[in-house]
Write a protein that binds this ligand. Sequence first.
Ligand code: DQA
Length: 143
Amino acid sequence: KTIYVLNGPNLNLLGKRQPEIYGHDTLDDVERLCQSVAHDGFAIRQLQSNHEGQIVDWIHEAREDGCGIVINAGAYTHTSVAILDALNTFDGPVIEVHISQVHKRESFRHHSYISMRADGVIAGLGLEGYAAAVRRICQLTQG
Ligand code: DQA
């Protein structure tokens, strides 16, 4: 079983970008963490793009061979009906992750299109949010 871990714009710079908000760990650290918590029999496919359509395409790919999706859509969280529509074509569990506590930040970060589809939403736990999301998808799709 494959869990897709999708990351949106600017998250390629994780560890370098505004470390006071997002910390010093990188996307490679996220991938290692996700792999370390995934239950036996689960593979992690972590992907990152700065382009909305690429994320849509990967969600379509997950329809074919993904058992669940962990998604940090970055700023597209707050703008993208296209990513919401794509997630609505996916049958398995979707967990939305934000490294920062978006509700404590600017008001434009308080609304999420992804949340209209997500089965779980995690914000403000740093990288631990990805780990919790992967564990949850394992639990929900085990067996
Ligand atoms: C983010 C929060 C978003 O508002 C922001 O645009 C990001 C990262 C987070 O992980 O905290 O790029 O999704």
